[in-house]
Design a binder for this molecule. Structure first.
Ligand code: NI
Length: 195
């Protein structure tokens, strides 16, 4: 989301190498689905800013684009780290790629209720109240601190991804009724071997 703001099919079950024009072959990580405890535990702070972290961030972008998401957090690829990537253009504009290491919200304003989804909860969506504008402070893949302001979808993506780094899923923002309904459906899918 938003990791995923729009629903789509999950990535393939196994990591594969997907060559991309003009760049090194990228690892496409499978996306961890709801039910895996890693999604509900806070990630560890990113401390090591090196070539490996830059590679990881690029692989996360590739994995996110492969899954047609607009945001992806490290716990969603099985890494309990405070690292996320966001691109609300879905790869159309390279300048829109944002790496967020250790992000925090420093200002939020307004309210927007919009439908939201998550790559880790494919096929389910719900209305979530989020700030219309947020300013966040984060580090990039090189460890440089920056501030960025997002509006509407971008603000939503920032909030959704920061939630992931705190072990929070969008389900937690839904009414208990809606949340339980989705959880019941997922349980059923799991029993049928479809989750
Ligand atoms: Ni998500």
């Amino acid at each position: 989301m938003p990791d995923k703001l729009t629903s789509s099919e999950p990535a393939s079950a196994a990591a594969t190498e997907a060559p991309q024009p003009g760049s090194a072959a990228r690892k496409i990580y499978p996306i961890v689905k709801y039910g895996d405890p890693i999604l509900e535990k806070p990630g560890a702070a990113v401390k090591q800013f090196d070539a490996e972290l830059e590679e990881l961030a690029e692989d996360m972008f590739a994995s996110m684009y492969a899954a047609q998401g607009v945001g992806l957090a490290a716990p969603q690829i099985g890494k309990s780290l405070r690292l996320a990537v966001v691109d609300v253009t879905g790869g159309k504009n390279p300048e829109a790629k944002i790496v967020l290491a250790n992000p925090e919200i420093i200002h939020a304003e307004g309210e927007v209720r919009e439908e939201e989804g998550c790559l880790s909860i494919p096929g389910f969506r719900g209305y979530v109240l989020r700030p219309q504008f947020v300013t966040i402070k984060a580090q990039n893949a090189k460890g440089e601190t920056f501030e960025i302001r997002g509006e509407n979808l971008l603000a939503r993506a920032f909030c959704h991804e920061i939630d992931h780094l705190n072990g929070v899923l969008f389900l937690q923002h839904l009414s208990m009724l809606k949340r339980d309904l989705i959880k019941r459906k997922i349980k059923k899918l799991r029993k049928q071997g479809e989750w």
